[in-house]
Write a protein that binds this ligand. Structure first.
Ligand SMILES: [Zn+2]
Length: 446
């Protein structure tokens, strides 16, 4: 019921350069755009009922950044008792099918400690397999590593006022990245969000409020993921992200199952951590971050080939992290790495989004999304600027393919690389302090 209303109100404007909201004008009037005839999911798609989208649903969408747009989303932590029925139904169905492990929840002791499980529960056991404790199950499809020779680029926690500088730097170097975005930050910084999206960057999920996910109930996990997907969906012409990264890298078998079974999300961690978030609190220095990046990028070739490729945890919280990345960027090409947006390093997974640009699109190869649907055959070229270049050559005929290069890579090396890379989950206190300081400085963090 709620969701039906939400759908009527829901808004996914056509995104094009002219649609970037002008803050000075948004409050005066709302320009409305009709739903683009693209980026939809046909009957039977995993998230069909969660993020409704058809080739001609005729729903007008408020402009991104307008008050009508903002009113659709939680102002802060979602009310978990008022989640859209479609989401809780999907959770109940997955649970009834035995897809959601019934394991103990972790608790956050506070301070600079990681979440802990009840006494007697082993976080590294196959039943729990907490990523915070560096547990990797080879057959899982969690993405820890990039292919050989690839620098899989991503930035967490945006959008922030510092993001445009990063975006413009990447544009000037003709590359894109993947932004793991916080839903609440999209709500606060819609213009920056659109700048990243319109630059052709990939948008992925980093939850709505950046909480330790293993400490949450199943319904809370659904709310954190669902609302972030919803605000991205309603702000990108209907795209449904494929990837999410848990805050602090904190996931376990229950959390990853909910992400996958309810929302179709693939979990992404990392194999190198700059700890650049500590630049804000003083826990680390620019020199230390640069030394780490230089070490990883210029690794002695005598130690072996560029295997696995790099998935480095980096942030866009403020200029200090952006500066650290910019300082190291020339080294990437100089040392023979291929720079790619993280969401595009494994084309067999189907690209950064789960749904397709049109019913005849070949963007999605894994879940048969393009089969059995009516052909609209009418792309609205004004609606999008960011079709995934790396997925354009994929073919719909391979839609049953399930083998993931990511999983095979993780099988061989994720654990080892995570273990020797200083992949330490970020303490909540330090991270919160860092964001709080930035928030105080920018006046944006609530
Ligand atoms: Zn984060």
């Amino acid at each position: 019921m709620l969701f039906s209303s939400l759908l009527v109100l829901a808004a996914s404007p056509l995104i094009h350069a002219a649609s970037v909201p002008n803050a000075a004008h948004d409050h005066d009037h709302v320009e409305r755009y009709q739903l683009p005839k693209r980026w939809y999911q046909p009957t039977g798609h995993r998230v069909e009922n969660l993020f409704k989208r058809g080739p001609d649903d005729g729903v007008d969408r408020p402009r991104v950044g307008s008050p009508e747009w903002a009113a659709q989303f939680p102002a802060d932590v979602p009310d978990y008792t008022q989640l859209p029925k479609e989401w809780t139904d999907a959770l109940a169905a997955a649970d009834a099918a035995g897809k959601i492990p019934n394991i103990p929840h972790a608790s956050a002791p506070g301070g600079q400690s990681n979440p802990v499980y009840p006494p007697g529960v082993n976080p590294s056991s196959p039943e729990i397999c907490s990523a915070t404790y560096k547990c990797v199950i080879p057959e899982d499809e969690d993405l820890w590593n990039a292919p050989t020779g690839v620098y899989g680029s991503s930035f967490d926690d945006g959008p922030y006022p510092s993001s445009p500088r990063l975006i413009e730097f990447l544009q000037s170097n003709d590359v894109t990245t993947t932004h793991f975005m916080i839903g609440k930050h999209i709500l606060i910084n819609p213009t920056v969000f659109l700048q990243a999206f319109n630059a052709g960057h990939d948008i992925a999920v980093h939850t709505y409020n950046h909480l330790y996910m293993t400490t949450l109930t199943n319904e809370q996990i659904v709310g954190q993921l669902g609302w972030t997907m919803q605000i991205i969906h309603e702000s990108t012409g209907g795209r449904v992200p494929r990837y999410w990264r848990p805050p602090y890298g904190d996931s376990d078998q229950r959390v990853r199952a909910i992400a996958k079974e309810v929302f179709g999300l693939d979990t992404v961690i990392w194999n190198r951590d700059t700890e650049d978030w500590g630049l804000i609190s003083g826990a680390t220095t620019a020199e230390a971050v640069h030394t780490s990046l230089t070490t990883w990028i210029t690794a002695n070739p005598k130690l072996g080939p560029k295997t696995p490729g790099l998935v480095i945890l980096e942030h866009e919280i403020d200029d200090r992290q952006v500066d650290a990345f910019i300082a190291s960027f020339p080294l990437i090409a100089q040392n023979g790495w291929t720079f790619e947006s993280l969401a595009q390093i494994y084309p067999d997974r189907g690209g950064p989004y789960q749904n397709a640009a049109s019913s005849t699109s070949t963007d999605v190869v894994r879940q048969s999304i393009t089969e059995g649907s009516a052909d609209d055959g009418d792309d609205d070229t004004s609606s999008s600027t960011s079709s995934s270049p790396s997925t354009q050559s994929n073919t719909g005929s391979t839609s049953t393919q399930t083998t993931s290069a990511g999983s095979s890579s993780a099988t061989t090396s994720a654990g080892a690389s995570a273990g020797n890379s200083g992949m330490i989950a970020q303490p909540a206190f330090a991270w919160s302090l860092a964001l709080g300081l930035v928030g105080l400085a920018s006046g944006l963090f609530l």
